[in-house]
Design a protein around this ligand. Structure first.
Ligand code: SF4
Ligand code: SF4
Length: 171
């Protein structure tokens, strides 16, 4: 038995979310757009945290598949937002040497780099970086060209006016 903070305490403190209030109603899981591809569903991740299953949580792919849409937070009867919880778990996983699926990690890096560079996502350059990072150059090429030709993806990026403030946030 240890006297230090539990995994549950640490996640609660770092995320700022009252995860101890979760009573496992699973409304978060029912509304989550990415739950179907997660190895543990959002409510299950909370349950594993409550049970102190740190390795299982930090090694899961679920924590990398949350897209931060906040649907769970609006559905939860206890106002628990899982996006900050998953953010915290990703930080903790990296700090402790866990690595996500390389393709998922490549997408995260490309997405964040795009925001740092332009102040918002520029899909085309983000996808090009993702393709290079993941070394999966040709799998969606036809769809990408179609989106560009239909004007769904802009060819040139636009940098927002406050990009220096965005970069300061990154620092
Ligand atoms: S909706 Fe809220 S209370 Fe219900 S399982 Fe999800 S986090 Fe827990
Ligand atoms: S914020 Fe994450 S966990 Fe919550 S519904 Fe959206 S994708 Fe699912």
């Amino acid at each position: 038995m240890t006297n230090g903070p539990t995994f549950w305490d640490i996640v609660r403190e770092r995320s700022g979310e009252n995860i101890h209030r979760c009573f496992y109603c699973q409304k978060c899981t029912a509304g989550c757009p990415t739950a179907s591809v997660m190895d543990y569903k959002p409510a299950q991740v909370l349950r594993l945290i409550q049970l102190g299953r740190k390795d299982g949580v930090l090694d899961s792919q679920a924590i990398w598949l949350c897209v931060g849409c906040e649907t769970c937070g609006t559905r939860c009867p206890n106002h628990i937002r899982l996006a900050p919880v998953f953010d915290t778990l990703r930080y903790m996983a990296l700090e402790e040497g866990y690595r996500p699926d390389p393709m998922v990690y490549a997408l995260h890096r490309s997405f964040l780099n795009s925001i740092r560079l332009w102040g918002r996502v520029h899909e085309l350059s983000m996808l090009m970086e993702y393709k290079l990072r993941s070394r999966d150059l040709f799998s969606d090429l036809g769809m990408g060209v179609g989106l560009i030709l239909k004007g769904k993806i802009s060819f040139l990026p636009e940098r927002i006016r406050g990009v220096s403030e965005v970069r300061r946030l990154y620092k």
